[in-house]
Ligand binder design. Structure first.
Ligand code: 5AD
Ligand code: SF4
Length: 350
């Protein structure tokens, strides 16, 4: 049976049952309709404006062992690095002068940077006037508070999947409970909070995916990043299958229909699977943010979460210009606002 009426129900009510969501996911006949509705919703709220946010991969050191990730601690083949504060601040200044309004600092999960040093870096970057997004993994309430006080505005922490069995299987020594606690702490501290999913891990089903998507709705995140699983070498999942890209686009579109005014990045992993169209397809199915890596090649290559991670081999300034032109070509433009989601502004009364 066609899922058309369920898609209409979702677009109208902004919510739907897990059962009906599963039906939408399993049926590919109405994909174009779903994407078109999500795109129209994005345009209605975000007005054909796309946020460009500069990503700096500050360290690939990680203490965790997520089965899918090339940065996992047991991967002894990988050369580890940690940027100096001077390098990070240098990148941030270049980003600011190239036009970026937001800088995203991402790393594996570790204490490679002491909290004091991280706070110093944040305070320095804050002087550029940019908004700061962090993606440093699970930290304590106290650490999140310290970073916030030092100038961090936003935090990204994907839930990956809410299925207990899968979560346990692929995340040794981690707990779903703690991850949710971190997300709640971030929200309570006033961070613009982002979460997201890793689609297509071995054993993933439509049923699990439907529940994962409803979790994003329930927790009412300000930002949601959804990417495909890509098998990475030197990991226990290196011989598994790459995720279905259509399914990731559908997840983006469904998220847009449920959470109309949040920020949704066109994730790099999508572009890594499809160089020509990955990001454009994501925009056309509801995404409104692009986060180009501005980290130089020598570090970017070592930040190998998965193979083929995409990065334009250009200066920081030219990367900005390149995306500016790409967006112009598809009738969009770069947003000149600070990059907050409309959802967050409304939630905080801004
Ligand atoms: N394929 C796709 N995404 C991955 N990530 C880590 N490893 C992989 C992989 N093999 C994603 C996780 C994490 C983010 C930083 O990178 O979802 O949250
Ligand atoms: Fe570390 Fe994040 Fe990779 Fe897990 S996904 S191993 S926490 S970098």
């Amino acid at each position: 049976m066609s899922s058309l009426k369920y898609i209409d129900e979702l677009a109208k009510n902004r919510e739907i049952s897990a059962y009906k969501l599963e039906k939408i996911l399993a049926d590919d006949e109405c994909n174009e309709y779903l994407f078109a509705l999500a795109n129209a919703t994005r345009k209605q709220y975000a007005k054909s404006e796309v946020h460009l946010k500069a990503l700096i991969e500050i360290s690939n050191i990680c203490q965790k062992e997520c089965f899918y990730c090339g940065l996992r601690k047991p991967n002894k083949e990988l050369k580890r690095y940690k940027m100096s504060a001077y390098e990070i601040i240098g990148y941030a200044k270049q980003a600011a002068s190239s036009g970026y309004k937001t800088i995203v600092l991402q790393s594996g999960e570790s204490q490679a940077f002491s909290d004091e040093l991280m706070c110093e870096i944040l305070r320095e970057i804050k002087n550029t006037g940019m908004q700061i997004t962090l993606s440093l993994g699970e930290k304590s309430y106290k650490q999140y508070l310290m970073y916030k006080d030092a100038g961090a505005d936003r935090y990204l922490l994907r839930i990956e999947t809410t299925n207990k069995a899968l979560y346990k299987k692929f995340h040794p020594n981690m707990s779903l409970k703690n991850r949710i606690k971190c997300l709640v702490n971030l929200k309570n501290l006033g961070y613009e909070t982002g979460s997201g999913l890793l689609i297509g891990l071995p054993g993933y089903t439509y049923k699990i995916m439907a529940k994962d998507l409803l979790f994003l709705k329930k927790y009412d995140f300000d930002m949601v990043g959804i990417g495909p699983f890509i098998p990475s070498k030197n990991t226990p999942l290196s011989n598994e299958k790459v995720a279905n890209i259509k399914l990731v686009l559908k997840a983006n579109a469904i998220t847009r229909l449920m959470l109309v005014d949040i920020n949704i990045p066109a994730t790099t992993a999508l572009e890594s699977i499809d160089r020509q169209n990955g990001r454009k397809m994501a925009l056309l199915s509801g995404a409104n943010v692009i986060m180009p890596s501005i980290t130089s090649g020598k570090y970017h290559e070592l930040y190998s979460l998965y193979p083929g991670k995409f990065r334009l081999d250009m200066s920081v300034e030219n990367t900005y210009k390149n995306f500016n032109d790409m967006l112009f070509d598809i009738g969009e433009k770069v947003s000149l606002s600070n990059g907050n989601s409309l959802r967050y502004n409304e939630r905080m009364g801004l």
